[in-house]
Design a protein around this ligand. Structure first.
Ligand code: UDP
Length: 238
């Protein structure tokens, strides 16, 4: 039974840490492959897929600057970390027979395509998974903002933010038994209550363009496909 999915083009945002499995650092290949299979199950329904992967499993700009490194330099290192993650995901997806392009916001022609909007759209039309790497290409931003920016540019219908929990809670569900999950929450509530879905610039950019953010758990097998078919639990920010 193929589930009915009403989305044509989506953005999947995952953190770098989602790729590290139980390791404290870096990449855990079986975890990368598991997530690639989640992408495959949605790709097989004909959905056009954009991806942004963070870099926090390797390097975060704020960490570097806390250790005395210049912030912008540290941020560039963070952006380079996202390129490594994107290449790992590309390799896993291509191992499953899915054509993929890594598109980098920082030019490095030997490794990834430069970002050219029309070209990226063409890839999507040809059902190639586009992994947008190197964030926005600018320091002081995050990959959440990059995901929101590219989702707008690519006319994605929604951003799917895969996390460890099945949505947005009023307090940390790992710490509080009485934490309540929102089914629907407004952008302004996310900002005012500091619900920690994404950073404020990403939320504002989504709000100003009416781009829904769907927060779901990537730990459930088949989760991504299920969520696209409207099954399972999730929070919709919109
Ligand atoms: N980064 C940046 N500009 C961007 C995106 C990312 O400078 O547009 C840097 C920033 O230093 C950040 C790091 O890349 O800490 C890794 O990205 P992020 O923290 O968003 O990764 P995640 O938390 O999703 O793994």
């Amino acid at each position: 039974d193929t589930p009915q999915v009403s989305f044509n083009r989506v953005m999947l945002k995952i953190s770098g840490e989602a790729l590290m499995g139980d390791l404290g650092y870096g990449l855990h290949p079986p975890t990368v492959e598991r997530i690639a299979r989640e992408v495959q199950s949605v790709h097989s329904l004909g959905v056009e897929i954009c991806m942004v992967i963070g870099g926090g499993n390797i390097f975060r700009g704020l960490q570097g600057s806390a250790q005395g490194m210049e912030r912008t330099t540290a941020d560039y290192m963070g952006m380079l970390a996202t390129v490594m993650n994107a290449l790992a995901m590309q390799s896993a997806l291509e191992g499953l027979g899915i054509h993929t392009r890594v598109i980098s916001a920082i030019t490095m022609n030997e490794v990834a395509e430069p970002y050219i909007r029309r070209r990226a759209v063409r890839h999507l039309e040809k059902k190639r998974v586009c992994i947008f790497a190197a964030g926005t290409g600018n320091p002081y931003f995050t990959t959440d903002t990059a995901a929101t920016l590219r989702a707008n540019e690519m006319s994605c219908e929604a951003i799917f933010k895969g996390t460890k929990v099945d949505g947005v809670y009023d307090k940390d569900p790992a710490k509080f038994d009485d934490a309540k999950r929102y089914d629907l929450v407004s952008y302004d509530d996310v900002l005012q209550k500091r619900l920690g879905v994404m950073d404020a610039s990403a939320i504002a950019l989504a709000r100003d363009n009416n781009l829904p953010i769907i927060v779901f758990s990537l730990d459930e097998p088949g989760g991504f496909q299920g969520i696209l078919a409207g099954q399972g639990t999730y929070t919709r920010v919109g």
